[in-house]
Structure formats: C-alpha cells, structure tokens
Design a protein around this ligand. Structure first.
Ligand SMILES: [Zn+2]
Length: 195
C-alpha cells in the first residue's frame, strides 16, 4: 500500500476504535500519531517516508532483513507493546494510537499481493491478495478511509455532550430553506415577465 493510504487507514482505525469501542470523541493528536505510526513498519525501506528521514537505520535493516521483513510481523507488534508498556510511566506515551497505527500498516499490507511475514522469523508471507498496490482499488480505498473517518466523527458529534453541532445544523437548514424559497420567488417573477 502507498504511504498516504497507510495514513488514511491508520486514521480510520483510530477513529473507529475511539468512537465504536471506547465510545468517545477521537482526539486530533491521537489520529495524527496513529497516522505517523502507520508509516513506521516501512522503516525497513530506505525510500519510504521514515526511511528517508533516518537512512542510517533504514539502510542496515533493508540490507540485513529486506523490505517487509520483521518490521511487518506480529512479533514486532508484541515488542512495541512491551516497550511502550515498560516506558509508559516515565514518558506518558499514548500507547493506543501507536499500536493501532502500527497494526493498521500490517493489516494494510496483508491485503496486497506482496503480503507480510506475520509469523516472522517464519519466512512464509501471508496475503489476502485483494488489490494491487497503487491500483484503482487502492485509490478508492484511500478515499473510502477518509469518508469513514468523517462518518465516525459525525457519529461522535451526534452523541449527547456534543449538542454544539445542533444549532449549526438548524442554521444551515434555515439558510437553505430561505435560499430555496427566494429562488422560487425569483423564478416565478421571471416566468411572469417572460410570459
Ligand atoms: Zn509496509
């Protein structure tokens, strides 16, 4: 999957988890963190977003393990969770967005033909082979992810405690209704003049 789709998919998973499971409004910094974590596994590729930022990390990983190696495995997810839990107390690290973002990347790559070595160090690659990276289907999924983010935010805004939106909705409806009736009057007058 392309970097932008990984970001969108990570954002969608974060927002869905926040609204659907935790029953709360997603925080902007959580969505941003999840999006960034959604690019982390490709640190094993020197041409990837993070790979270009820290080539002294990405080049050795790529040389030793290759692209889509251990950074795309469940073992790595477990190591990350363990590290985050270990240093959580001192650093106050938001664990959930990082884990969700990272995991979303592996799920995303799992859908493409190249697949991921989920059970690394077992080398077998798993793939659901649903769509080609950078193909029309991925472009559609990319847009769908952002629409999904919008949907979940909308759902969260409808919940009690977020009535802030209601006056705005009423105002927009009234404004649309006025605009419509105005144009009807103008149209009727125009038809009369023409006749
Ligand atoms: Zn990847």
């Amino acid at each position: 999957m392309m970097a932008r789709t990984h970001i969108a998919f990570a954002a969608l998973m974060m927002v869905a988890c926040s609204v659907g499971i935790l029953q709360r409004m997603p925080q902007v910094h959580e969505v941003a963190l999840a999006g960034a974590a959604g690019l982390l596994p490709d640190l094993d590729h020197p041409k990837s977003t993070f790979g270009r930022i820290v080539p002294y990390i990405s080049i050795p990983i790529a040389k030793i393990f290759g692209h889509r190696g251990f950074t795309h495995s469940l073992l790595m997810v477990a190591v990350i969770i363990w590290l985050l839990l270990t240093y959580r107390e001192e650093q106050k690290i938001p664990i959930l967005p990082l884990v969700i973002g990272y995991l979303s990347h592996i799920i995303g790559d799992l859908l493409t033909p190249s697949g991921v070595p989920l059970l690394w160090p077992v080398r077998k690659k798993f793939s659901l082979n649903l769509f080609k990276a950078d193909g029309w289907m991925e472009h559609l999924i990319y847009r769908g992810c952002w629409m999904g983010v919008g949907y979940f935010v909308w759902v969260a805004l409808q919940r009690p405690g977020h009535e802030l939106l209601h006056p705005a909705q009423v105002a927009i409806q009234q404004w649309l209704w006025q605009a419509l009736s105005h144009s009807m009057i103008i149209l009727v007058q125009w038809v009369r003049i023409m006749a």
